[in-house]
Write a protein of this length. Sequence first.
Length: 146
Amino acid sequence: MSGATPPRLVARFENCTLPKEEWTHQAHLTVGLWYASRLPYEEALVAVREGILRLNAAHGVPTTTTRGYHETITRFYVRVLCDYVAGEEERPMGSWPERVARLLSRYGDRDLPLRHYTKGLLMSSEARFGWVEPDLLPLGREAVSR
């Protein structure tokens, strides 16, 4: 992950000064955790979606059928993150670095969505441009917790 602390990382994400090479999978999850910790699901989803679209535009990354913003993956991870935060309420949360480390150890695998979706469905235009339900394993706290 970027060397930035979560608040600094989020600020750079929001003002589109986060370099493209630092917008990693881990950075996506850290930013998503920040919003999921502060907002209900629908508001967190809007904040993450709009932020990704702004950052992609700032980096000149268009959304096409094969690259750029992906609606189903974004919704999937925001749901996972909100469920993770809800589960954190059942135990001491710890510092941000501890929370992020726990999150990444549990959900940092880039292939996590492929436990729920076949690759064909997840990589489809329908999934990129809109929400599609999982075709392998439904979403839910039990399903994503391994």
